[in-house]
Design a protein around this ligand. Structure first.
Ligand code: ATP
Length: 369
């Protein structure tokens, strides 16, 4: 499933140069974005970057100050929320406390004037979908957080919208339940064949569930890509740093040969086969993820490029891996993570030990901004 890679595919939701200004504050700034039918799309960004405002404009709760929003080719501006084939599920779930689970799910359908028999059928179908058949008569306060979340979900898809917007859908759940529910959400989206647009500030959640992620900052989109592309090939220091942990080596391009480049950094020379298009002389950053860096208690045979000597600064055993921070002579700390493939009886390194870092030519990416 990768319609965005097909130039002939028509996007389903299009934000076209959309801005939203509140007083003298620009919450969404000339933003353009295309989302495809049946895509699970995530907006990821720090608090206040404009994610919710973008969703609210698609739902119709806010009007763009400038720009257009199209759904299946139709301009949405001016169409009231209830007439859009879009539904929104809020973080707080907003279930009616005095109503049973089935009445909560039926509520929107009744308002729409759907015949009683059809409502009953749809509610049963929805209860089955979220595996709450046995809880139909309970009130929200008699449910767990995860069950309440599923009622809210059932209620928001009962009307069969084309697009479901989810604002921090799992924010109220604890870590374990969240992880389970992420997979349930993905399955549900597949089963229903809906387009999902989810707002989250949790990068793991966005990485787990989405087909593509838009990283947002200050009302703008910094990068739109698949989780793997975002992680392996961030387009800027901001994205590299925002998603996961990263080492940024600053330096100057000394030589270029095809896509290969040699970068003279402080205390380390970097030889990479993935030099972006930065010309010789350009100031760049080489971004390498911690797990791409090897740490050894012994010096390599040749101290060539992509190697440096330092000392163990911090070491933390996390079960599946061990984090080892290595301090270089100039004081910079390089973050590494070593996968514990075997049982760790004794760490080969400890605080203050001499340690050598090294990484392969294809471990990182060159960034120009
Ligand atoms: P969070 O994760 O905290 O919900 P967000 O990225 O979803 O953040 P938004 O809710 O879209 O952020 O808000 C973006 C900015 O716009 C914030 O600085 C917020 O204070 C401002 N803002 C949102 N709604 C209004 C409003 N009605 N009037 C004035 N400012 C607003």
């Amino acid at each position: 499933f990768a319609p965005w890679a097909d130039p002939a595919a028509k996007p389903y939701i299009v934000f076209e140069n959309v801005s939203k200004v509140f007083g003298d504050f620009t919450a969404v700034d000339d933003l353009s974005l295309s989302i495809y039918e049946r895509e699970f799309f995530a907006l990821l960004g720090a608090s206040g970057c404009g994610k919710s405002t973008l969703l609210r404009m698609l739902a119709g709760f806010e009007t763009p100050t400038r720009g257009r929003i199209l759904l299946d080719g139709q301009d949405l501006v001016g169409i009231p929320p209830y007439r859009r084939p879009v539904n929104m599920m809020f973080q707080s779930y907003a279930l009616f406390p005095h109503m049973s689970v089935e009445d909560n799910i039926a509520f929107g359908l009744k308002q729409e004037g759907m015949p009683k028999a059809e409502i009953a059928k749809r509610v049963t179908e929805m209860l089955r979908l979220v595996k709450l058949e046995a809880f139909a008569k309970r009130k929200p306060h008699q449910l767990s957080g995860g069950q309440r979340q599923r009622v809210a979900l059932a209620r928001s898809v009962a009307k069969r919208p084309k697009v479901l917007l989810l604002d921090e859908p799992l924010g109220a759940l604890d870590k374990k339940l969240r992880e389970e529910t992420q997979f349930e959400l993905m399955d549900l989206q597949q089963d229903l064949g809906l387009t999902f647009m989810v707002v989250t500030h949790d990068q793991e959640e966005a990485m787990t569930m989405s087909d593509r992620i838009a990283i947002m900052d200050k009302g703008k989109v910094c990068q739109v890509a698949t989780p793997a592309e975002i992680y392996e090939a961030p387009n800027s220091r901001f994205v590299a740093d925002f998603v996961g942990s990263v080492n940024l080596f600053e330096g100057t391009v000394a030589r270029r040969e095809g896509s290969a480049a040699v970068i003279e950094g402080e205390g380390i020379t970097i030889d990479t086969d993935n030099g972006s298009d930065a010309p010789a002389g350009a100031k760049v950053w080489y971004a390498v993820r911690p797990e791409k860096i090897k740490v050894s208690a012994r010096a390599p045979e040749v101290m060539g490029p992509n190697t440096a000597e330092g000392e163990v600064w911090d070491i933390a055993y996390l079960g599946d891996m061990t984090l080892i921070h290595v301090r270089l002579p100039d004081g910079r700390v390089v973050r590494t993570s070593q996968l514990n493939r075997q049982r760790v009886v004794e760490e080969p390194l400890t605080w203050n030990d001499r340690a050598w870092i090294s990484f392969a030519r294809d471990s990182g990416v060159v960034l120009t901004r």
